[in-house]
Design a protein around this ligand. Structure first.
Ligand SMILES: Nc1nc2c(c(=O)[nH]1)N[C@H]1C(S)=C(S)[C@@H](COP(=O)(O)O)O[C@H]1N2
Ligand SMILES: [Mo]
Length: 434
């Protein structure tokens, strides 16, 4: 048995996992637990009555000021009253989990709630043995260790990552349902502050040849995810990211390093990146021919559909909320892979009248923006919808407009206007017009 004095509390997980072991000071002193540090023993003997760690916290007091609080710990944890969780959609190596959009505030996704999408599971990579190879049409093929990458000037950027398939449940009538939460509809979307080295810097080191217009990015996971990316994007704003929200990137997000392509479809942002090969033409990998290509109604296909178009989603009120009469702050997220969100419009009457919502700063390029709109619910039925307009003037389309442009057979890039139907009882259900 190992006891983790600063680790997860017994409240940490409601999953099927075995609860964290509990221990008493007596068993500690009796030496029942082998690897206990001197610090813990010191702390343990000084434990105030209200403690935390593997011992369940006592119930909240009427007056918390009557008791000393718990002592400082090495690693923080959430309040035992808060349980935000990702919804695991497919518990398989080729699986995914969704960010609980309806439980988050502002725009940043806590790293342990960032959505996950992987095709061959999360590999375990020793950072000491990690390398990134840049070769092909370059003057000097180079292999960088993680330490090498960290020696270059760092760049940080707050931006979203959205899976290319995010939101098909808000378009495909076969999968759409009324009992759909925001995360079920659009939870393959998360926002972080990413830090790393600009790919342009590495390309300058290697000396990319003028004829090289594309590069292959390859991951070191079992899926060997490979995508072809235009060199132009590397020179614009691509990052080899090794940090996420101030700490080393999470294993699920690509530890120790991933390709970050702000505003582009999630699939291109190769995690656990090990190799970049420069070439004249795209490599036509499986992920860009058989997958991540959008079939169109006329029998042709949209390939290399990299940019995520502007989209918005109301995250409150939403299924399974119930609204009561009176003032209600409608809130949600809007984002565009083409730049900043310029405006978000909200309707509460099914699209007859649209009003501009307030954008809550910061409003960043290729990043989620929080919006809110004050609404007086007078009772009865209502249909709430939002539409995003980005700085290029692009307007989030209706389902009918998107279907007219792309047909019904498309699975990726489903950014049509979505909303919520408030029933007479005040109960809220997912809703898409036309
Ligand atoms: N190496 C590798 N990179 C990958 C994937 C993968 O399976 N393997 N999945 C891709 C897909 S489909 C998406 S949507 C994003 C998801 O990034 P996240 O898991 O950090 O949210 O990573 C992309 N990069
Ligand atoms: Mo994806």
């Amino acid at each position: 048995m190992t006891a983790r004095p600063t680790g997860s509390s017994a409240f940490a997980d409601k999953s099927a996992e075995a609860p964290a072991p509990s221990f008493s000071r007596r068993t500690l002193l009796a030496g029942a637990v082998g690897a206990i540090s001197a610090t813990l023993l010191n702390n343990a003997s000084a434990l105030p009555a209200q403690t935390k760690g593997p011992v369940p916290s006592p119930p909240a007091l009427d007056d918390p000021g009557k008791l000393q609080g718990h002592i400082p710990t090495e690693l923080g944890e959430r309040s035992p009253f808060e349980h935000p969780r990702r919804r695991v959609n497919r518990a398989a190596p080729a699986g995914e989990s969704e960010s609980p959009l309806q439980e988050l505030y502002g725009t940043i996704t806590p790293a342990d709630l960032h959505f996950e999408r992987h095709h061959g599971g999360v590999p375990v990579i020793d950072p000491a043995r990690y390398t990134l190879l840049i070769h092909g049409m370059v003057e000097r093929p180079l292999k960088f260790t993680l330490a090498d990458l960290k020696r270059f000037p760092t760049v940080s950027r707050v931006c979203f990552i959205e899976c290319s398939g995010n939101g098909y449940r808000g378009f495909q009538t076969t999968t759409m349902k009324r009992e759909a939460t925001p995360s079920w509809i659009d939870g393959l979307l998360s926002t972080s502050e990413w830090t790393g080295v600009s790919l342009a810097t590495l390309f300058r080191e290697a000396g990319v040849k003028p004829d090289a217009k594309w590069f292959l990015a390859e991951g070191s996971d079992a899926a060997h995810m490979t995508r072809s990316i235009p060199v132009e994007k590397a020179l614009d704003d691509a990052i080899i990211a090794y940090a996420q929200n101030g700490e080393a990137i999470r294993p699920e997000q690509g530890y120790p390093a991933r390709l970050l392509l702000p505003g582009w479809e999630g699939n291109t942002q190769v995690k656990w990146i090990k190799r970049i090969e420069l070439a004249k033409n795209p490599f036509m990998t499986r992920e860009e021919t058989s997958k991540y290509t959008d079939p169109l109604a006329n029998g042709t296909a949209r390939m290399f559909s990299f940019v995520m178009d502007a989209k918005s989603l109301i995250t409150f009120p939403a299924y399974p909320d119930t609204v009561s009469r009176g003032w209600c702050v409608i809130t949600g997220l809007a984002w565009s892979g083409r730049g900043k969100i310029a405006r978000v419009e909200v309707t509460t009457d099914g699209g007859n009248a649209w009003e501009s919502a307030e954008l809550q700063p910061p409003v960043l390029s290729k990043c989620t923006t929080r919006f809110r709109h004050l609404w007086k619910y007078a009772g009865g039925e209502a249909v709430l919808m939002s539409r995003a307009i980005d700085e290029t003037g692009y307007v989030q389309p209706t389902r009918a407009q998107l279907a007219a442009a792309r047909g019904e057979g498309t699975f990726y890039h489903m950014n049509n206007i979505r909303g919520w139907k408030v029933e007479r009882s005040g109960k809220v259900f997912f809703h898409v017009e036309g």
